[in-house]
Design a protein around this ligand. Structure first.
Ligand SMILES: C[S@@+](CC[C@H](N)C(=O)[O-])C[C@H]1O[C@@H](n2cnc3c(N)ncnc32)[C@H](O)[C@@H]1O
Length: 242
């Protein structure tokens, strides 16, 4: 099963219009304070730190490049060709490699695993906005990519983020400038229930090894000048035999 064409077009349209400079997209935060914080939580659980790293749903690759400074082989994958164009332009030295892939499409995911072998996977902000029927296939993709030896780090907006986003979307004078294009392209953030994620992982054959909560900074400010932060949940998962 692959994602709906409506969903793919929503992302393609979003990234085709997205500005080039870092920080211009709502979630495009400074990687040292984003993937850097996540790696501090993830690395103690890596059974095999030398495995390739896959950034699943890498977007414009800001976090991918940070990962590529720390790991020998990093592959950023995304559904959107326009997102990958941004990622490649921002990485002229080719620190990471980038690949068009629909993670809800098992054959594509199996092909990547066949090429890389087991991988450690970073996935930020993909499940919470995907179509409900894509959630289990996406988590199944994590299980395929980590195989027996890899670990996955997922960080997703909590369900508590949804009312905050709705309030921002309904602000007098319209949503904050960087949130507006997300909504205009029909991308619905903060839709996944917190307790659904461990269930998807179990169904995929993965065990939750650690989890917690973190405020996830955005690049946007509210009308009173405060940086907008949204509640998020993170999990580390893998096969315990790894
Ligand atoms: C909110 S953005 C997050 C981007 C990046 N992970 C980050 O943290 O900056 C979600 C990304 O996931 C990608 N995505 C959504 N569904 C996907 C799928 N089925 N397969 C691959 N990528 C997907 C979208 O194209 C988009 O670039």
């Amino acid at each position: 099963m692959s994602v709906t064409s409506r969903y793919r077009q929503a992302w393609e349209g979003f990234w085709a219009e997205a500005p080039e400079e870092q920080g211009a997209v709502f979630w495009d935060t400074e990687p040292a304070a984003t993937a850097g914080v996540h790696l501090a939580l993830f690395e103690p659980h890596l059974a095999h730190p030398g495995l390739p790293v896959v950034d699943l749903g890498c977007g414009n690759g800001t976090q991918t490049r940070f990962l590529a400074d720390r790991y020998r082989r990093v592959v950023g994958v995304d559904l959107s060709a326009a997102a990958l164009d941004h990622a490649r332009r921002a990485d002229p030295a080719g620190r990471a490699t980038y690949r068009l892939l629909d993670a809800a499409e098992p054959a594509q995911v199996r092909a990547l695993h066949a090429e890389l072998g087991d991988a450690n996977v970073y996935m930020r902000g993909v499940l919470h906005q995907c179509e409900p029927e894509d959630r289990q296939p996406l988590v199944d993709a994590l299980a395929t990519l980590v195989g027996e030896r890899g670990r996955a780090f997922l960080v997703e907006l909590s369900e508590a983020a949804r009312p905050l986003l709705l309030a921002l979307a309904g602000s007098t004078g319209g949503p904050p400038a960087k949130l507006a294009p997300v909504l205009r392209h029909g991308i619905a953030p903060g839709e996944v229930a917190d307790d659904a994620v461990p269930g998807h992982l179990r169904t995929a054959g993965l065990t939750v090894l650690a989890s917690g909560e973190l405020p996830l900074a955005t690049t946007e400010y509210s009308a009173d000048g405060a940086l907008i932060e949204l509640p998020s949940k993170w999990l580390v998962a893998g096969r315990t035999t790894g």
